[in-house]
Design a protein around this ligand. Structure first.
Ligand code: SF4
Ligand code: SF4
Length: 479
């Protein structure tokens, strides 16, 4: 029994630095390629140009906050089309569910930005300080000229990578060449500087110092993923029934594990997979590469550590053979995720091709609902917000469809047509009038449809006869 004076045990544990050893193998190679691919996309995308004509930006991917639009190559998303962004987010979520239920934490191990940048920062660290043993020695030695020089160089390169990362992010929100010129001339908007500074510092801290702590303590994804995995999910495991008891191969009765610690030394999370599956394991496969290398050297079959499903583990323990991978992957849960993902994707593509290039809002003026003109004509007023979603000025014709005859007029213009400049929104006041004594004038309310037809713009891709209708009501004297 503890004495009343005894202080409670501390819940804080200082971080143990991890110095992953260099490793070669197919999973390491795959990670290099994925790193080059994802970083290449991230850094280079804002510099891709895309000709949209004289009135629109020529940046292929641009979140144009000032004009509230998102450009993605030939696709242009307006604020009222946010459902496209929502659909893409849903697809991204379903894709993650699919990959997690089929192959565990592959996102974490290969493509998560935290993993990719940490990998890059470790690469720099190894380049400056050497491999695992040299880095441990440098870490333990007192501060001297060598340590100052190497740490200084490492932190400088880290900072430059972090700066490029923060800089690349802000290039997605405005014309990249212009912003770069403004940054170099110290004329960029303060928001650009602040955003770049925050992203630079977080990248520097997360990739350089926090590393695996982000995955273990800060990220909610490992906890959520556990709910998506089942006994058929392929994940990393150590074949202890083959490896144990571990030790020297010269000792009779020992398993295949020679306890060389290669799997532990290469692990970026600093864990020993031989202790069983753990929350910290991001299933990066580097321990497989390390152990396969050891098995090659001692002349044992590869796969002591491997991607393996729990059901296969049970089978193998009983002397059976694992079932083919595709049988693990193709199961109701993954088929359902694939079907949902495909369904959302197809719906987005169909919506993209069917969407109208006219966005219009019709708001009846209610105060008063109608006015009687000097000659007895009944007039209703409507406020119209009409957006020209094309990169060229465009004419729009207004008309009305109703059971009883009505006339259309627009305040301040001759006839019922207006021109809206490229990519702009017009606010117009539209009048519907019913002749004295007509059905619409005498009835309390009549259902009407206001039609807006956009004139085709040569070369702008607008279809001839592109027209939309909005339902509304006409109030007569009977109301
Ligand atoms: S245990 Fe293996 S798969 Fe898991 S994080 Fe470490 S090296 Fe990667
Ligand atoms: S690398 Fe393989 S042989 Fe070496 S300790 Fe790990 S499991 Fe055992």
């Amino acid at each position: 029994m503890s004495s009343p004076e005894a202080s409670p045990p501390s819940l804080y544990a200082a971080r143990e630095p991890i110095f992953p050893r260099r490793v070669k193998g197919k999973f390491r190679t795959a990670k290099w390629w994925i790193m080059a691919f994802t970083l290449g996309i991230y850094y280079l995308t804002p510099w891709i140009r895309w000709d949209r004509g004289p009135n629109l930006p020529d940046q292929a991917v641009l979140v144009d906050l000032a004009n509230r639009r998102f450009f993605f190559f030939m696709i242009e998303i307006w604020p009222h089309e946010f459902y496209f962004v929502a659909g893409l987010l849903i697809m991204a979520g379903l894709g993650l569910f699919l990959f997690t239920s089929a192959a565990g934490r592959v996102w974490c191990g290969y493509a998560c930005p935290q993993t990719v940048w940490t990998d890059l920062f470790i690469l720099v660290e190894r380049w400056v300080e050497g491999d695992r043993n040299a880095r441990i020695r440098l870490h333990r030695q007192k501060w001297n000229g060598e340590k100052l020089r190497k740490y200084g160089l490492k932190w400088t390169v880290w900072f430059l990578i972090a700066l490029a990362t923060g800089g690349a992010w802000i290039f997605y929100f405005t014309d990249a060449p212009t912003l770069l010129r403004d940054l170099l001339a110290f004329e960029a908007h303060p928001v650009a500087w602040i955003t770049m500074l925050i992203l630079t510092l977080t990248t520097f801290a997360f990739g350089g110092f926090a590393r695996e702590q982000i995955c273990i303590y800060a990220c909610p994804w490992p906890r959520i993923q556990a709910a998506m995995m089942d006994e058929d999910t392929i994940t990393i495991a150590y074949r202890d029934w083959r490896g144990e008891p571990r030790g020297k191969q010269s000792v009779a009765g020992n398993g295949d594990c020679i306890d060389c610690m290669a799997c532990v030394n290469v692990c970026p999370m600093g864990i020993d997979i031989r202790n069983g599956q753990q929350l910290a394991c991001i299933t990066c496969g580097l321990c497989i590469d390390a152990c396969d290398d050891t098995m090659d050297r001692i002349g044992k079959p590869r796969g002591l550590i491997d991607y393996i499903a729990l059901t296969d583990e049970t089978r193998e323990r009983q002397g059976g053979a694992p079932i083919p991978v595709w049988k693990h992957v193709l199961r109701p849960r993954t088929i359902l995720y694939t079907a949902l993902w495909t369904g959302v994707g197809v719906a987005l593509v169909v919506a993209l091709f069917l969407r109208s290039a006219i966005d219009v809002n019709v708001t009846p003026v209610r105060n008063p609902t109608y006015v009687v003109l000097s000659d007895g004509t009944i007039r209703n007023t409507y406020d119209i917000r009409l957006r020209n979603m094309q990169g060229e000025p465009r004419w729009f014709d207004f008309s009305v469809a109703a059971d009883a005859p009505l006339n259309v007029a627009i305040e301040g213009v001759e006839g019922a047509r207006i021109e809206v400049p490229a990519n702009e929104t017009a606010h117009v006041r539209l009048y519907l009038t019913a002749a004295p004594g007509s059905t619409a004038a005498e009835a309390p309310r009549s259902e009407v449809q206001i039609w807006i037809e956009g004139e085709a713009v040569p070369g702008a891709g607008s279809p001839a006869g592109d027209r939309v209708a909005r339902n509304t009501v006409f109030n007569g004297k009977g109301g």
